[in-house]
Design a protein around this ligand. Structure first.
Ligand code: PMV
Length: 387
């Protein structure tokens, strides 16, 4: 396959792709069809060890359709899913790695996520970037595919790269320069830790697609952000990441999350993604930072109530102790992921004055770190009616 003669063998590609968490948010498109954002955004790609989408794609010469299952259930592929497949095929045709009649070969696609789907945990980002990365290997596409992924699901284009990633809105009317670029790889800041507090793993009420459209139509604050704030913040955030300046990184992250949710409230009628637990986490983190005399932790929220926290490994233990005292839980697997720090003896810090414990409002916490981009492995067998 991938020769002048088009596809010569059957490939099965297994791809694992990461979730990314925006620290400077994307919210609003200037072109709906092409998914061109109003402003640049920046994210941290998370380690696939703890959160990942996995997609297995195989060519099916016995059909010309797409068979798709997600988390063990047969599903009708969504429009955005089919769009990514169509864009990958036309890019492969343009590059000459497949021929016209190869585009009619069927596809069997099996996907699963190891975390709650569509709960504001960026599952669509991981899923769409996983699909496109697998198809890149199936069709032998060369070069950057973030422009394709963007058109399937905007924020997903940042999951094409590991580490710290900026999605540029670009200047071209056709979106050709609206692509993601790595700022620094994950290895640049190995001490950074990310905590995902799962307060609710139900599907969100207002999808990000419809929510951001309503904000574009009705929020003056969104316009102001796009014109005067977001791109300048991306510059400041790039510098904070480059310098590994945690306090700057954390302050920008919290301010940007707050501004995004202020825009949701400025949308008419308002959209409310945060719940009481989210608000308790915001207050707790500010109290913790105040008590510490410097910024040791930051929060960020996407289109859902689940808090994402950032801290450095040296402060992880004290932050987790604080969270356990604030959100007591009977769940025996309350802490998941990178939990080796639990082997250390407790720090016995006195948090009494900033606590207001609420039991069982956090279901569990995933502790993770920045990680690499999608990984694919390819298994090739000769083309036959049975492959
Ligand atoms: O790409 P979408 O449609 O899932 O939108 C994502 C929007 C936020 O997660 C809220 C922010 C972001 O930049 O990821």
């Amino acid at each position: 396959m991938g020769t002048q003669d088009g596809i010569q063998s059957c490939r099965t590609v297994v791809c694992e792709a990461p979730v990314n968490i925006a620290v400077i948010k994307y919210w609003g498109k200037k072109n709906e069809d092409l998914v061109i954002p109003l402003n640049d955004s920046i994210s941290v790609t998370l380690d696939t060890e703890h959160l990942r989408a996995r997609t297995i794609v195989s060519l099916d010469p016995t059909s010309d359709g797409v068979q798709f299952s997600l988390n063990g259930k047969e599903e009708t592929p969504s429009k955005r899913f089919m769009k990514v497949i169509a864009l990958c095929k036309s890019e492969a045709l343009r590059q000459g790695s497949i021929r016209e009649n190869d585009t009619t070969l069927g596809l069997r696609i099996v996907s699963d996520n190891n975390f709650p789907t569509a709960a504001g945990l960026a599952s669509s980002a991981a899923g769409i970037s996983c699909l496109a990365s697998a198809l890149k290997a199936v069709y032998d596409i060369q070069g950057d595919i973030s422009g394709i992924v963007r058109q399937g699901s905007g924020s997903a284009c940042r999951s094409v790269y590991g580490g710290f990633v900026r999605w540029h809105t670009g200047h071209a009317g056709d979106g050709s320069d609206s692509v993601a670029q790595q700022i620094r790889p994950a290895s640049h800041w190995p001490e950074l830790r990310v905590l995902i507090l799962v307060v609710n793993d139900k599907k969100k009420d207002v999808s990000s697609t419809s929510g951001m459209k309503e904000s574009v139509d009705t929020s003056d604050l969104l316009r102001y952000r796009a014109d005067f704030i977001a791109n300048a913040r991306c510059e400041a955030m790039t510098a904070a990441i480059t310098d590994r300046n945690f306090e700057k990184f954390a302050e920008l992250t919290m301010r940007d999350s707050n501004q995004f949710h202020a825009i949701c409230l400025d949308t008419y009628p308002p959209i409310m993604y945060l719940d009481d637990t989210s608000k308790a986490v915001i207050n707790l983190i500010h109290a913790y930072n105040r008590k510490s005399g410097r910024i040791l932790a930051a929060y960020s929220f996407d289109a859902g109530p689940n808090p994402f926290l950032f801290t450095l490994s040296e402060n992880l233990q004290s932050l987790v102790e604080l969270l356990r005292l604030q959100f007591p839980s009977a769940n025996s697997s309350f802490l998941r992921g990178l939990t080796d720090f639990l082997l250390k003896s407790p720090e016995n810090v006195e948090y009494g004055d900033i606590l207001n414990p609420v039991s069982d409002s956090v279901q569990y916490i995933i502790v993770t770190k920045a990680g690499e981009g999608p990984k694919t492995s390819v298994n090739e067998v000769p083309m036959s009616p049975f492959c």
